[in-house]
Each structure stands twice: as C-alpha cells, then as structure tokens.
Design a protein around this ligand. Sequence first.
Ligand code: FES
Length: 128
Amino acid sequence: MSAEQTACMEDYVRHVFICTSTTCAEGDPFGLRLQMSRLLRERLGPEFEQRVKITKTLCLGHCGLGPNMVVYPEGVWYKGVRAADIPEIVERHLIGGQPVERLVLHKLGPRSLAMETLPPPLAAKDPA
Ligand code: FES
C-alpha cells in the first residue's frame, strides 16, 4: 500500500457496509447507496468520499430483516432500511455521530461504543 493510500484511509471517519445479497437486494440497496452518496456529497462536498466510505457487501447474516447495513467505528447495525430512512442516517449518524435508534438491530459491545473515543461530528454545510 502506498503512502498516499494510507493517508487517504486515515481520513475516513465512518465506514458503511451495505448488504446487497439475496433478501436485502429486494429492498434496492444499490439505490440506497446512491441516495446516501448523493446526500453526503450535498452536505460534505465532493470530498465526502475521503471522510465516509461506503462499501457494498455480501450477506451480513440477518437475512429477511433488511436491507441491513453496518456503520463503523460505532459498530451499529441497522435493519429494514428504506429510502425514507437514508436522510436521517446521513444527518444524525454519518455526520452527527448519533445512531438512529429506531432502526438499530444490534450494537457492538460497550468498548466499541465508548463515546469519548468516537470521532466528533463532521463539519457539514447547512441543509438546503
Ligand atoms: S441478505 Fe442481507 S443480511 Fe443476509
């Protein structure tokens, strides 16, 4: 890995994994990903991809509850995410650092959720 790639990865504040497998695929996870990217671009600017990484992934092991996604470093698992939920996930969690509790399926253990160790909210443009 080059020094440039390493520096870029260190800039990531959050990493979202979106399940695109079997039953989750019925909920248009590719569309959710595009919507999330579009909103992040609006709020954080074109360089958002250096702050928030979005990765398509195969089955997360909770089929039938999806579309499911996981956000790190908080280790928050979301279930049943719909297009109408994406603006709140972007605003509250990806930018603000606070999980959207009504969609939470699971959280990693207390050490992973030590809030004092988590990144502060991202600097975002005012919503239009
Ligand atoms: S298909 Fe998405 S969790 Fe299994």
